[in-house]
Design a protein around this ligand. Structure first.
Ligand code: AMP
Ligand code: ZN
Ligand code: FE
Ligand code: FE
Length: 272
């Protein structure tokens, strides 16, 4: 088995800690290969790269793109040319759409009687905005205890702060990552109610499924592993670490079998 983490978030999106701290934790937790996969941004990667130099942790730049599909299909991208200008331009467009959505959500919550401002929400992120930033402000104000409670009471579909996602389609996200020289995996597949669409996305260029994930039980791993195999998809693995106080703050790293690791690394090597 090999310990890897292909799914982590920093303060450049909705994580609560720095890229440097994530690298330090990866080293402490014995992670061999680490990807920083912030939502719709690669701006944290240079800081992580500097921290990783000489640390023994092999670091790569990744991305996670939240799509409009059921508002919870998230596409992870690996092996991307992260400095590509066209790629970064599209990410900035997605960031702008997220900003607009969060502005509307803050407005809806203000109408609902909550005393919050957009500037206070936005000030918590170094780049990409998301619902967790509203959640953290509600926690700081003592309105909720944690992110989970904020989502359940205010931020999910049907609740007072909810506004539909303005993210790209699954196909757009896949095409963007592929155009930047990378390959894609579907994150935390248990959040996608309808996995029927997986075969369609696979024909469209999807190459992986996040079979190994912090909350997956051994039977989840078997089930998703079989699904990946039946579609010819690579298995990927990550924790979805979001930093201290996020509720997704356990140790970094998931154990994956050597053959899963080798197949992923062979595919990654083809990108460069
Ligand atoms: P958004 O990108 O604004 O749609 O917000 C979705 C993000 O919020 C996900 O990428 C997760 O990082 C986080 N998230 C989603 N559901 C929850 C939850 N129940 N508790 C804490 N964080 C969540
Ligand atoms: Zn997140
Ligand atoms: Fe996600
Ligand atoms: Fe994530």
């Amino acid at each position: 088995m090999r310990k890897v983490d292909f799914h982590t978030h920093s303060k450049y999106s909705d994580g609560t800690t720095t890229p440097q701290d994530i690298v330090a934790r990866a080293k402490r937790d014995g992670v061999e290969i680490l990807f920083l996969t912030d939502h719709d941004t690669v701006s944290g990667f240079p800081e992580a790269r500097d921290a990783a130099k000489g640390s023994g942790v092999l670091l790569h730049c990744g991305i996670e793109i939240n799509t409009i599909y059921q508002d919870n299909l998230h596409i992870l991208g690996y092996g991307i040319r992260w400095e590509d200008a066209g790629f970064r331009e599209r990410l900035e467009e997605f960031q702008g759409r997220r900003r607009l959505r969060i502005e509307r959500m803050v407005e809806a919550l203000r109408k609902h009687g909550l005393d919050i401002s957009f500037d206070d929400v936005a000030g918590q992120s170094l780049e990409t905005l998301g619902r967790p930033h509203i959640a953290d402000l509600l926690r700081r104000k003592g309105i909720v205890q944690n992110r989970q409670e904020a989502f359940n009471r205010y931020l999910i579909k049907g609740k007072p702060g909810y506004v539909e996602s303005m993210g790209p389609s699954a196909e757009e996200a896949i095409a963007l990552i592929r155009d930047a020289g990378g390959f894609c995996s579907v994150a935390h597949p248990e959040t996608v109610a309808d996995l029927e669409a997986l075969s369609r996305w696979t024909r469209y260029g999807l190459e992986g499924l996040e079979v190994y994930y912090s909350t997956h039980t051994p039977s989840d791993i078997v089930r998703y592993g079989r699904l990946a195999e039946s579609l010819g998809l690579l298995c990927t693995g990550g924790t979805d670490f979001h930093g201290p106080g996020s509720g997704r703050d356990k140790a970094l790293g998931v154990e994956v079998p050597d053959e899963v690791y080798d197949r992923f690394m062979d595919r990654l090597a083809k990108c460069f």
